[in-house]
Design a binder for this molecule. Structure first.
Ligand SMILES: Cc1cc2nc3c(=O)[nH]c(=O)nc-3n(C[C@H](O)[C@H](O)[C@H](O)COP(=O)(O)O)c2cc1C
Length: 258
């Protein structure tokens, strides 16, 4: 025990990361369309707009995305929960045409022609940028080239209308495997001001310090690295910040000046 936290067996700990809205990954190569659910996905960068999804090499979808280098991520409403076994338990490799059997219609995206699920609540079209070997899944990094959403999206999701399919995890063999899906029923929505009250001072300080460091770096473009770091350290000290962070600020400003 750590405080009130009880130790969880690592075989079970994956489920601590849920609920997650799984992405329905779709791709097409040589006239063959396939797709699967993926709970392990996330945005990786604003600029470029990158999203990563972990796909196991044995998935048929793996092969489709690697070959075509184009894919789509679709989000489903909870009302499609009964169709998920075909998407997440059965491979296109052994069940050709499973998306059609599941009752989904595939249309082509406007920008890349990626296979998009007509019934989806939202969809992204991506080009494959890289595949990174991780463990038993590989990280597919895609650049988002187009995005689509139904009326439930009004700049933010309207949670009175949007009822995404969410995944809570599965039970383990040898007992019968059960997957658990959930949806929002009642939600608490609270809008908080960004860095409110006394925190504003700290968020403003960041911009002020960065501006001063940026000016100093531009002004001192011809001096040695050591002198630059000393100048930055002085700026940090003048704001009561740790001068030992000078190198970190120099790196940040370097990225901003690129
Ligand atoms: C809710 C859910 C989430 C899943 N998440 C992933 C995932 O993130 N990565 C992965 O490789 N497989 C994941 N799977 C398993 C694949 O969806 C499943 O193996 C699928 O049948 C592969 O189909 P395919 O061989 O036609 O590509 C998930 C399954 C479910 C039901």
């Amino acid at each position: 025990m750590v405080g009130e936290l009880r130790r969880i067996d690592l075989g079970e700990a994956e489920r601590l990361l849920y609920p997650v809205i799984p992405a329905f990954v779709t791709s097409e190569f040589n006239g063959r369309v396939g797709g699967m659910l993926a709970a392990w996905w996330t945005q990786l960068s604003f600029k470029p707009f990158l999203v990563g999804v972990a796909i196991a090499p044995e998935r048929f979808t793996y092969k489709l995305v690697r070959s075509s280098r184009i894919f789509a991520l679709n989000l489903l409403d909870f009302k499609y929960v009964d169709r998920t076994p075909l998407l997440g338990d059965v491979s296109e490799r052994f069940y050709p045409g499973k998306l059609k059997v599941a009752g989904f219609t595939i249309v082509k995206g406007d920008v890349l022609g990626a296979p998009i699920v007509l019934e989806a609540t939202a969809a992204l079209e991506l080009t494959l940028m890289d595949i990174i070997k991780t463990g038993d899944h590989d990280l597919f990094i895609g650049e988002v080239k187009a995005a689509y959403a139904r009326e439930e999206f009004k700049g933010l999701w309207d949670l009175r209308l949007y009822k995404p399919l969410m995944y809570l995890g599965r039970t383990r063999r040898p007992d019968m495997v059960r997957r658990v899906y959930v949806a929002f029923k009642d939600v608490d929505v609270r809008e908080l001001e960004y860095a409110p009250g006394p925190l504003k001072e700290y968020s403003n300080l960041r911009f002020k310090v960065l501006e001063e460091v940026e000016e100093a770096v531009k002004r001192l473009s011809n001096v040695s690295l050591e002198e630059k770091l000393q100048a930055i350290a002085r700026i940090l000290e003048s704001h009561g910040l740790d001068p030992g962070d000078a190198e970190y600020y120099l790196e940040e400003v370097g990225r901003r000046l690129v």
